[in-house]
Design a protein around this ligand. Sequence first.
Ligand code: APR
Length: 198
Amino acid sequence: MPYSIYVPNRYILNVSTLGPFQNATSLHNDRIGLFHGDITTLSVDAIVNAANLLLLGGGGVDGAIHRAAGPKLLRECRTLHGCPTGSAKITNAYDLPCKKVIHAVGPIYNVNDPADSEIALRGCYRSSLELAVRHNLKTIAFSAISTGVYRYPTADAAHVACDTVREFMDSNDGPKLDKVIFVTFEEKDARSYNLLLP
Ligand code: APR
């Protein structure tokens, strides 16, 4: 019986799957979720921030996470000495309801080399999933990395995100995760993910 994660006044809905998950087994159906709202409210094991190379905060979801976590998050981030694009690093979550924050550094979309941007974006999702497994975290919620300030086309990014997560779920480490949630905040993101994960 698929379960949902309680969020104040909301439940994560399990989703049937099309797109990259169209041939998914029930294994995937039960473990992929969509949430439309503020990622800082989720009481999951880890939330994935869309950070920048310096890992010192910023606007968008990065700003929201730092505001909700409090100043200790920035203090820990300072000890990480940045993070390369296409990778991720993990910190505690402090005043947030989740246990850990994974800071992924997405690509600034390069219209002249979309393939390079896709490789970096896949790296963000894969690195975040690997960090979650390494830290024995079971539920992880992703913000829509690079689709705001970094201008990655939302529909393309959603497809890359879903395909990378499906690949990971099919790997040996896949069963170590109970739930992967895609968080949509703006309508543009919700529309793209609803098409892939109706
Ligand atoms: N909860 C969930 N998602 C959110 C929230 C929130 N509270 N706030 C914004 N978002 C969504 C945006 O709607 C967008 O879809 O996060 C996605 C990523 O957008 P950005 O936050 O702009 O991140 P990104 O495009 O990866 O650019 C990263 O922006 O904020 C700076 O420090 C950050 O320099 C880095 C750059």
